[in-house]
Design a protein around this ligand. Structure first.
Ligand SMILES: Nc1ncnc2c1ncn2[C@@H]1O[C@H](COP(=O)(O)OP(=O)(O)O)[C@@H](O)[C@H]1O
Ligand SMILES: [Mg+2]
Length: 568
């Protein structure tokens, strides 16, 4: 883990070393001060001029101040760089995870890992490592200086410091564990808050504000409690450090005082020694602090690694482009979402020739949307074969496969941003002409002309400023701009008005002339116009045919046609 941590530092090592050097020079300047103070005292006692020593003392103070400031700025800069690097790596992995893994994770928790946990890395990697190095230098320097003053007093000091240092070392792992729990609690709080914000209107409509506030409040309180545990252990470590110096001070004062009385030690040496003793306080404090930060960083790193260690999909950037319509086969496909989940596809077989409109119908839960998810390879089927253009989808490079598909989800998401950004989301290179054509085709032109800034109007987060039907058409226009070879359309169950429904049906028929369209149909009008219909039920395909054939031949279809379909 510590090695992993150093991996983040490696890129910045030059600036870190420079910053470290500046800190060292700053410490050296600080370290020279008691010695210079001793000269001032000696000069005072021997009736010599104090101007020289005082001048050096001033220079040491100034140099120390400037150099330390420069050093600490460099450290902070590096810290920001390290956080940036960690965030980029983490987000890069997050957006490449497999859908199946993301299903298990909570968005709010993921968010807290990117924002909170990466921030913790900064402390350990800059202050933690560098200042600990300069603190160690300072410590050694002070000890050497103390050794030149008086060996006996040094021995007394070290004995006390070592005993208490051992105690602090025992506390460190406890801090790491407590910190890990604290970060976890922050993530959980993010997750419950995210849950409430995602269902904002439902929360209000259900009168659930109080309950959700309480749930988030409890999560926040748990985060506080765990934070307190960290604080408890940290202050214990701090107080042990402070105690060690105080005890050492008293011991040195007692032993040193008696030796001064006996005439074996000069007063100026005792004063300088005591000053050096107090010079031990910041570096020891810094070392303890560095240790604490290291524990916190390790805890945060563990949470970051948890995501980075999940497998990533193959790189998928692939510019979509027009191609001939693709055919598709499902052959004995067996699939379940997880080992502990029921089988969703239990030997699904059907065939779709290139071009034309194919409707997938069946009761809710039959596995229709899952057909699309498998085609997009969001999940891997357990057995059987899925082919597009006669080629097993497992043999397609993932980017190429997805570039050939246009996918419109049932609750067609619209992203925050402008309408234009949303339309171009799946096809960055589309021309203005193509864009306007897609808008016209999906009958969005009325909407665009009504919006204050036309295509450049912001649509709100998740497109909340649009109606359900508008969102759906935006999603279809987006998919069309991708010029897919196979368009997957999970028809929204929400009603479009009669005019728009008719127009959309025309669009689908139009598109089906150019490309293959596979639509999960909820409307009678969609299935009556389809070239072929696949009826799914209970994990399998029960019948295929045209509307007229199926009405005569399949009881379930007849029933669906009579009762389930929305009649436009
Ligand atoms: N991401 C998922 N994880 C686990 N189970 C799922 C997931 N998506 C769908 N399911 C389950 O798979 C079954 C089929 O779902 P789906 O393909 O959406 O049905 P349909 O679209 O025909 O209504 C349902 O029982 C559903 O609960
Ligand atoms: Mg569905």
């Amino acid at each position: 883990m510590v090695k992993e941590l150093l991996g983040y530092v490696r890129v910045h090592r030059k600036i870190l070393v420079l910053g470290g050097l500046l800190s060292l020079i700053g410490s050296a300047a600080g370290l020279s001060m008691p010695l210079l103070a001793k000269y001032v005292v000696d000069a005072f006692g021997q009736d010599r001029s104090m101007a020289g020593p005082l001048l050096w003392l001033t220079v040491a103070v100034l140099v120390g101040a400037v150099v330390s400031a420069g050093g600490s700025y460099l450290m902070e800069r590096t810290g920001e760089g390290i956080v940036l690097g960690a965030r980029r790596r983490l987000v890069d992995r997050m957006l490449r995870l497999k859908v199946a893994d993301v299903d298990r994770l909570k968005p709010g928790d993921l968010l807290s890992r990117v924002t909170g946990d990466t921030t913790l890395l900064r402390a350990v990697l800059t202050n933690g490592i560098v200042e600990s190095v300069s603190a160690a230098f300072m410590l050694v320097g002070a000890v050497v200086m103390m050794a030149t003053m008086d060996g006996v007093l040094l021995l007394v000091t070290l004995l006390i410091v070592v005993v208490i240092g051992g105690l602090v070392a025992l506390i460190m792992p406890k801090i790491q564990r407590a910190q890990a729990h604290a970060q976890e609690a922050v993530g959980e709080m993010g997750a419950v808050l995210d849950r409430a914000l995602q269902a904002y209107r439902t929360v209000k409509a259900s009168g659930a504000e109080e309950r959700e506030i309480a749930v988030v409040g409890e999560a926040a309180a748990r985060a506080r409690d765990r934070g307190l545990q960290v604080a408890g252990w940290t202050s214990l470590a701090g107080v042990a450090t402070w105690m060690s110096v105080q005890i050492a001070f008293l011991a040195v004062l007692a032993v040193g005082g008696s030796r001064v009385a006996a005439g074996t030690l000069e007063v100026s040496s005792l004063i300088a020694f005591l000053l050096y003793l107090f010079y031990l306080v910041p570096p020891i404090g810094q070392l303890v602090q560095g240790g604490v930060q290291l524990q916190q960083g390790l805890a945060a790193l563990a949470r970051i690694k948890e995501i980075e260690d999940l497998p990533a999909e193959a790189a998928t950037t692939e510019t979509p482009g027009a191609g001939r319509p693709a055919g598709l086969t499902f052959q004995d496909v067996v699939f379940r979402y997880g080992d502990d989940r029921p089988v969703v596809h239990d030997g699904v077989s059907f065939e779709v020739p290139p071009g034309g409109l194919t409707a997938l119908v069946g009761p809710s839960g039959a596995g229709k949307s899952t057909v699309f998810a498998l085609l997009e390879r969001f999940y891997e089927h357990q057995s059987g074969t899925i082919r597009i253009d006669g080629r097993d989808i497992r043999d397609w490079p993932l980017g190429e496969l997805r570039a050939a598909l246009g996918y419109v989800e049932q609750d067609a998401p619209v992203l925050a941003g402008t309408l234009r950004e949303n339309l171009l989301f799946a096809a960055r290179d589309a021309t203005e002409e193509e864009l306007l054509r897609a808008v016209a085709r999906t009958r969005l032109d009325d909407l665009v002309s009504r919006l204050p800034d036309g295509l450049d109007t912001a649509v709100g987060h998740r497109g909340v400023l649009l109606s359900g039907g508008e969102r759906q058409r935006v999603a279809i226009a987006r998919a069309l701009l991708r010029k897919p070879r196979l368009l997957l359309l999970d028809e929204a169950t929400s009603q479009l008005d009669a005019v728009n429904e008719l127009r959309l049906r025309e669009v689908i028929a139009e598109v089906a002339e150019e490309t293959t369209v596979l639509v999960i149909a909820h409307r009678l009008s969609t299935v009556t116009g389809a070239d072929r219909i696949v009826v799914m039920e209970g994990g399998g395909v029960r019948a295929t045919g045209t509307h007229d054939e199926l009405v005569g031949a399949d009881e379930l279809y007849r029933e669906l046609a009579a009762t389930q379909f929305l009649t436009g």
